[in-house]
Write a protein of this length. Structure first.
Length: 305
């Protein structure tokens, strides 16, 4: 069997999201980066070393053999950019930050253009809207009549912990106090380890220390504490089912994240699903999850079902 041809993607707009998309595509085996499309004012800008061989254009029409364009431009420029690209019959994925009625209207407008040019489009395919919308929808589907609360926070405040830091094998450590939804205080200890250090031994030692023993303490070995400190965003999705004869269900998702990175992951996954769709516009909840796994669909089914 001949190998499947990689899907050729163009990244349009090389800001936070666009840069991560380009990096993810260049690291993947089943996708290739056909072009980076930038405004004329930035087209001469330097690209990271790993992307130097990628053609930079100022118009999608100058890029060759593009199967899908990822629109990583500001939300107020998405419609016009989408229109220009769909006119070439090139399918698009956007991650416009629109919700509810506004996203619905955006999808309808793109749908008309996409149908006219017989191309596919996935809109609002980021973290929120996007993956978080899918979680929200699942939570609601599981507990009809319940109520959902979404709380955003600006990450956790981290402080140094001398105790963990002084352990053999620990380069540095940060500690955070996190209030669980039931009000209890939890301690998260993030440790950056020396090369070859035994993560399990250190985890146990931290938890057994008198300072943490009486607390609900979780230990997370991380590659870089500096990077962790940069991560600024967090969200708690809290769904409570209605009281009644089906029991009291409480579903909770807590995430600490870099929204640009997760948005890029969703956009790239959505691009893999596009060839299987009929012309028109879709939101993420309308896309089969297995299609977004691309060539890894079968393995994902074995691993996660
Ligand atoms: N759904 C989600 O969860 C989520 C999360 C994060 C971001 N987003 C959305 O993702 C998009 C990109 O966000 P970002 O954080 O990467 O923004 P950003 O860092 O500001 O990058 C946007 C890029 O678009 C290009 N651009 C700027 N103004 C433009 C204009 N008027 N017309 C066309 N292109 C323009 C520029 O790239 P060049 O200089 O290369 O032309 C700029 O670097 C936004 O629509 C944002 O709302 C969604």
């Amino acid at each position: 069997m001949s190998p499947v041809k990689p899907l050729r993607l163009a990244v349009v707009g090389f800001g936070r999201v666009g840069q991560v998309c380009a990096e993810l595509i260049s690291l993947s085996h089943d996708l290739s980066l056909a072009a980076i499309v930038r405004r004329a004012a930035s087209a001469g800008g330097k690209l990271p070393e790993t992307l130097r061989s990628i053609p930079v254009t100022t118009h999608i029409g100058q890029a060759r053999d593009v199967d899908v364009a990822l629109l990583c431009v500001p939300t107020n420029a998405v419609m016009e950019t989408a229109y220009q690209i769909l006119q070439h019959g090139i399918p698009i994925v956007d991650c416009a930050t629109l919700h509810g009625e506004a996203l619905h209207a955006h999808k309808n407008a793109i749908h008309k253009v996409a149908l006219h040019h017989r191309a596919q489009a996935i809109v609002g395919a980021g973290w929120d809207p996007g993956a978080l919308s899918v979680f929200r929808s699942w939570f609601a589907l599981l507990t009809p009549g319940g109520s959902t609360e979404t709380r955003h926070h600006t990450g956790i405040s981290l402080r140094h912990t001398t105790m963990a830091r002084s352990m053999v094998g620990v380069k540095d450590a940060l500690c955070a106090e996190v209030r669980a939804t039931d009000g209890r205080l939890q301690r998260y200890v993030y440790v950056e380890l020396e090369q070859g250090a035994d993560a399990d031994r250190i985890t146990q030692a931290v938890r057994a220390d008198p300072l943490f023993l009486r607390e609900n303490t979780q230990v997370f070995p991380v590659e870089s504490l500096a990077e962790l400190e940069q991560e600024g965003r967090g969200v708690v999705l809290d769904r409570r089912g209605p009281p009644g004869r089906f029991g009291h269900h409480h579903l909770l998702l807590e995430a600490r994240l870099d929204d640009a990175v997760l948005t890029a992951q969703v956009m790239v996954a959505a691009a893999r699903a596009l060839p299987q769709l009929n012309p028109g516009a879709y939101v993420l909840t309308e896309i089969p999850l297995s299609a977004m796994w691309g060539e890894k669909a079968e393995k994902a089914q074995q691993d996660w079902l």
